[in-house]
Unconditional design. Structure first.
Lengths: 393, 335
């Protein structure tokens, strides 16, 4: 196992790729932190930025699952919802401090990830995707039911409605909890911690084992990697990210009502869209992808306003068209996402030698092949007949 | 300091209620009603299985494709029926001739849509990893959802039934009063399900094209070397699958109203049905569909709100015991 893992470690060390991205981030991050609060000092800007950071944490967690381990989950919106509701319960009903609630929400989400990942022990590919998909639909429906809400509320307490959780809006100590700016700084810290954790996992022994599973399950197993354990572990870790994001969501909103929630499989698709747009396997890409998707509803609502005013025609669910187009176009024309496009652009700028070495390392995009390579189907023989993957029924 | 305890009174009250309210007649009425939706799930699941067998991809946009075809049927009704003043909804029932004409148009559209999707989107990705293919179907589903909302709006719409489907129950099992009424809906849905299943069985067993599709599903390389036109047959399978989805959508729409997300729940249960039966098995899809239909109808009656989580538990439970579904076969993977 060590041999394979070390080989992967050597082959995937993208030192020549990392620094330009880091440089970009080093330039944009202070700009984001300082310039926006100075110029666009209104609550709308901050709430947009906060949404960006919250969804980024989910996307980074999902990227650990899809980009690093090569598994797909359509259940992350459900975990996100449970994280938010768990926080609401821990803070409003159990009177725990918020920082404890975040940790507990992460643990709760981890347990949920265990349940979500259990099918991964026996299932792969289509079965797994279907199981997580059904899970994503089931959990929000469960949250709607009055029976479940009755468990978590006190029938003698007439001031609260079952299924409604109110918490005080949270911020950094010493700052005004009403201000979205303070929350923005708090979220920046939380997001930075989560990014560091994700990067650490990526480079760790566990991360290399997960990548080995992604590249070839059978080969990884032959090298002695305990596939089931690592797969469930990936689900747990990924879900914990979503749980923390749920906590952040609760801190941002201050109130959640189970009866008018929109945590459906559609949100899971949004997370998947974000990581595909940003680039599978790229943490910075996830941040950029989520930023674009967070800004998108503003654009579509402006378009809706325009069409409604000009032609009297409402564009309903208009952003769905964009999500669909982004996914399809990315897979066909930018399969490694913005991160991959940026990578090959830098390589092109640095001359043909660098591009050739990138191509040799398989880092340049090929149409339709997402960054998570499925080497099982990537046969070396290019003959059309032989390149057909074997399908057993 | 935990200032709160769990409240489980509802559980005991639900149990008491179930204990008092349970009688076999109600139970069997619910079973029969579950068969209506069971047939719809089975039709959708059959399409999912067909596509999985031929293209090796789970079509996550299947529900949306069914929904889009149903909207086409809606527009055809609008065109066929005499003009109604203003924005009046469609009537409850239409004559059988109008219904069949609109259905025919819908099937042609659905088949064409299946062919175009296979040719345009899935075939270029044939050699791409499964993740790309699955993501394309998800993206297509979201796109169709958006386009349908754009064209037809997102509100709930009434969708007519054929006149022979509505009306009083055909007969009643076990006495006219107090028996189990067998409604025309159940009979129609079940007979469509049965006819489609038998037709598919005969098609795959006895026709040259059907044998070719089976050969292709088993081993595309060998099938191609034996002269099977794999590309054509994959397209044909998609055509068939989306047509089945359109039929399911037209059957479901009068019961659940027409809207861009009408097929979401149906699709989830159909996925559950396909997985339950073993995702490569056509009889499995039918059995799974009927089972899920009956179980979720019973759950809706006895424990409302828990039918979706029941599907998840059933899937995980069955697959833990039988990883390839009830009727699926074991597949060995090569390195």
């Amino acid at each position: 196992m060590r041999n394979l893992i070390d080989k992967i470690a050597v082959a995937t060390r993208p030192a020549y790729v990392r620094w330009p991205l880091l440089a970009l981030f080093a330039v944009t991050l202070p700009w984001t932190i300082l310039i926006i609060p100075i110029y666009g000092a209104n609550d709308f800007t901050y709430s947009q930025l906060n949404t960006w950071l919250i969804l980024s944490v989910v996307a980074i967690g999902l990227n650990l699952l899809t980009g690093l381990t090569g598994m797909i989950s359509l259940g992350h919106s459900a975990v996100f919802a449970i994280g938010a509701f768990g926080t609401g319960y821990f803070v409003s009903k159990m009177q725990l401090p918020f920082i404890v609630a975040i940790v507990l929400a992460a643990i709760l989400a981890g347990v949920l990830g265990l349940i979500l990942g259990l099918p991964a022990l026996r299932l792969s590919g289509p079965y797994l995707a279907v199981a997580t998909f059904v899970f994503a639909v089931a959990v929000p429906q469960l949250l709607f039911t009055d029976q479940i809400n009755a468990i978590f509320s006190d029938p003698n307490d007439v001031t609260t409605t079952p299924g409604v959780f109110k918490v005080a809006k949270q911020t950094l100590p010493g700052l005004n909890p009403r201000s979205d700016l303070g929350r923005y700084y708090m979220f920046l810290i939380v997001t930075a911690v989560m990014i560091l954790l994700a990067m650490g996992l990526w480079r760790s022994r566990t991360g290399r084992a997960l990548r080995a599973i992604r590249d070839s399950e059978t080969a990884a197993q032959a090298m002695g990697i305990n596939i089931s354990r690592y797969k469930v572990l990936a689900f747990i870790i990924s879900s914990m990210f979503a749980g923390v994001a749920g906590s952040m969501y609760m801190a941002q909103l201050g109130q959640l009502d189970a009866h008018n929630l929109e945590f459906s499989a559609v949100e899971s698709v949004l997370f998947l869209t974000a990581i595909i747009l940003g680039g599978l396997g790229s943490i910075w890409g996830s941040l950029v992808g989520v930023a674009i998707l967070t800004a998108l509803p503003n654009v579509t609502s402006a378009m809706n306003q325009f069409f409604n005013d000009t032609f009297g025609y409402k564009l309903e669910n208009f952003e769905s068209i964009f999500y669909g187009l982004i996914i399809i176009l990315c897979i066909f024309y930018m399969p490694n996402g913005l991160a991959g496009a940026f990578k090959s652009l830098v390589a092109r700028l640095r001359g043909p030698d660098k591009l050739a070495s990138l191509e040799a390392a398989g880092q340049v995009e090929t149409t339709g092949v997402l960054a998570t390579y499925d080497t099982e189907n990537d046969l070396p023989v290019s003959d059309e007949i032989l390149a057909q993957p074997h399908k057993g029924v | 300091m935990i200032a709160h305890t769990f409240h489980l009174e509802w559980l005991s009250s639900a149990l008491v209620q179930a204990d008092r309210g349970f009688d076999p007649l109600t139970f069997f009425r619910n079973v029969v009603n579950g068969l209506t939706f069971g047939s719809i799930y089975a039709l959708v699941a059959l399409g999912i299985v067909l596509i999985y067998k031929s293209s090796d991809v789970v079509n996550f946009g299947h529900g949306q494709m069914a929904m889009f075809s149903t909207f086409i049927c809606f527009s055809l009704f609008n065109a066929l029926l005499p003009a109604r003043p203003g924005r009046e909804p469609l009537p409850d029932t239409v004559t059988i001739g109008t219904f069949l004409l609109a259905l025919l148009g819908t099937l042609i559209f659905a088949g064409a849509m299946g062919l175009v999707i296979e040719r345009g989107l899935l075939r270029p990705l044939q050699k791409a990893p499964v993740l790309s293919q699955v993501m394309v179907t998800i993206g297509l589903g979201v796109l169709l959802y958006g386009v349908a909302s754009l064209i037809w709006k997102a509100d709930l719409k009434k969708f007519p039934q054929a006149d022979f489907v509505s009306g009083p129950a055909l007969f009643s099992l076990g006495g006219d009063s107090g028996g189990i009424p067998i409604s025309r809906e159940v009979v129609t849905a079940l007979s469509i399900g049965v006819i489609v299943s038998i037709a598919l069985f005969l098609f795959f067993k006895f026709t040259l094209v059907g044998t070719g599709i089976r050969a292709m599903a088993q081993n595309p390389t060998a099938a191609r070397l034996m002269g099977v036109n794999v590309g054509l047959l994959t397209g044909l399978t998609w055509l068939l699958a989306i047509m089945l989805a359109a039929v399911a959508g037209v059957l479901a729409a009068p019961k659940i109203s027409l809207s861009p997300n009408m097929m979401d729940d149906v699709a989830v249960k159909a996925f559950a049905a396909a997985v339950l039966g073993g995702i490569g098995s056509l009889p499995g899809a039918v059995v799974g569909g009927l089972l899920i239909g009956v179980i979720s109808n019973l759950m809706d009656f006895y424990l409302p709100g828990f039918s979706e989580i029941a599907s998840f538990i059933i899937i995980v439970g069955i697959l833990t015991i039988k990883p390839n579904g009830l009727l699926g076969k074991v597949v060995r993977k090569k390195v």
